[in-house]
Design a protein around this ligand. Sequence first.
Ligand code: PEP
Length: 252
Amino acid sequence: MRTKIVAGNWKLNNTKEESKTLIKDLKKAIEDKKLKNTRVIVAPTFVNLASSVKTAKKSKIEVVAQNMHQAKNGAYTGEVSAEMLKAIGVKTVILGHSERRTYFNETDAALAEKVNTILENKMETIFCFGELLEDRKADKHFEVVESQLSNALFHLKGADFKSIILAYEPVWAIGTGETASPEQAQEMHAFIRSIIEKKYTKEVADNVSILYGGSVKPANAEEIFSKPDVDGGLIGGAALKVADFTAIIKAI
Ligand code: PEP
């Protein structure tokens, strides 16, 4: 059975105290929920990771990073390594978010290196990808997604996919209020599974969790999550409010 996951990407939001409060409130809000086979994840900014890990201890909530550098160490001012994250109890890292691709010029090639670093360190990634609006309008969305996956991930072995969570995030739906319809999400998730099966095996394809991200809210979460190939969501804006995030978790 595939693991269900609801992950909140906090982006450049929340001070140390605000992060602690949000985690504490979330802990309370979900403590009596039956969340069998469901992971609840939050991704605070780097400086608040260590304190967030402490606050989330002995709870269902996992704290993950929003990014990581591929090098072990060296002259990379402003960057953070896998080893540094592991040392504070962070085992999972979001990679390839569209905002990193757009504003920080992250390429598929750099992401392939980052994924290798994740695996060398026995960590896990939530790997994001998705097409631009112009790609979808030009009917190139399947092609774009296939090339993003193939460039950054398809050098891996099938067994490596145990450490990979995929997050399909059409860029036109991130932070815009515009969501892919549940049918559009299902269609793309089924396509992703089919190309993984073609490249690897049915077992690898059946076992990888594929999250949908892009303006998921309490009002649309249940319908999106009801689709057979959607295993949960990567949530931006709605993850900043405990009530909304809890409602989305309940919808899984
Ligand atoms: C995201 O940043 O990954 C995201 C999906 O954002 P939002 O939910 O705000 O669209």
